[in-house]
Design a protein around this ligand. Structure first.
Ligand code: NAP
Length: 253
């Protein structure tokens, strides 16, 4: 697959950490010129530096996907320095664990705004470039919890189920323009988010114990998601759109 998106500009959100970081590194290795966007600008720049040190092309920006003006400003800079955007991976995400009756409207709104509205903002901001080019690839990172449900996460699961519906609807609308839109719901990927949740006792179990109960007998790696993402943004995935491509070690079938 190496070199497949060669020269194309890829924007990855939440790319300072975990799944977003792995997608940014992988797409750069495949030949894309990558914009590494994240709330954590310093860490995003560290990922961009890592890509450049490996011979790739990358820049970073501090971006809050909940803030449309911030996104538009960052993308203007990306277009000026790298060119029009051909590939978008929406990985920025925020989780929460609360009993349903304890979820405040502020927390509900914040999670919906980052996970679902953030995906909307980023797609709307880059689709004109893709329409102009007659080619585009969008991959939205949702969650296996939207397949299975998850107690104490009604706000998070609702936001990720929203991302799945959004993906299907947008795929139908953008298909005639040469743009594919798919979603990967990761299941149990060993990332900083997962380790934070383990430490807080949210799993009621350890990562190792959960891995032992996973059909493939290991936790997923961010690189597992990046590999699926690499395929979905490739030329040869052009007939795959509006799909939910689970990457979860068999935890959800
Ligand atoms: P992660 O390691 O915490 O990475 C997420 C990154 O997104 C962090 O750098 C985070 O910054 C950033 N971010 C959060 N809010 C943002 C915002 N408003 N604007 C821009 N960046 C923002 O988490 P991950 O496990 O890689 O998760 C990546 C995606 O996969 C998320 O959408 C998550 O819901 C989804 N997912 C993960 C799993 C899993 O097993 N790990 C399972 C299902 C779904 P901060 O650290 O400052 O928040």
């Amino acid at each position: 697959m190496a070199g497949n998106p060669a020269g194309k500009v890829a924007v990855v959100t939440g790319a300072a950490s975990g799944i977003g970081r792995a997608c940014a590194v992988r797409l750069a290795r495949d030949g894309a010129r990558v914009a590494v966007l994240d709330l954590n600008g310093g860490e995003a720049e560290g990922v961009a530096e890592e890509i450049r040190a490996a011979g790739g092309t990358a820049l970073s920006a501090t971006v809050d996907v909940a803030d449309r003006a911030n996104i538009d400003q960052a993308l203007a800079d990306v277009r000026e320095r790298l060119g029009p955007v051909a590939i978008l991976v929406n990985s920025a995400g925020k989780e929460g664990f609360k009993r349903f009756l304890d979820i405040t409207i502020e927390s509900w709104t914040s999670i919906l705004t980052v996970n679902l509205t953030g995906t909307f903002h980023c797609c709307q901001a880059v689709v004109p470039d893709m329409v102009e080019a007659g080619w585009g690839r969008i991959v939205n990172i949702s969650s296996s919890s939207a397949h299975s449900g998850q107690p104490y996460m009604t706000h998070y699961v609702a936001s990720k189920a929203g991302v799945m519906g959004f993906t299907k609807a947008l795929a139908l609308e953008l298909g005639p323009a040469g743009i594919t839109v798919n979603t990967i719901p990761p299941g149990f990927i060993d990332t900083p988010m997962t380790r934070r949740n383990e430490e807080r006792g949210f799993f009621g179990s350890t990562v190792d114990e959960l891995a032992a109960r996973t059909p493939v007998r290991r936790a997923g790696l961010p690189e597992d998601i990046a590999a699926a993402c690499s395929f979905l943004v490739s030329e040869e995935a052009g007939y795959i759109t509006g799909q939910v491509i689970g990457v979860n070690g068999g935890r959800n079938t």
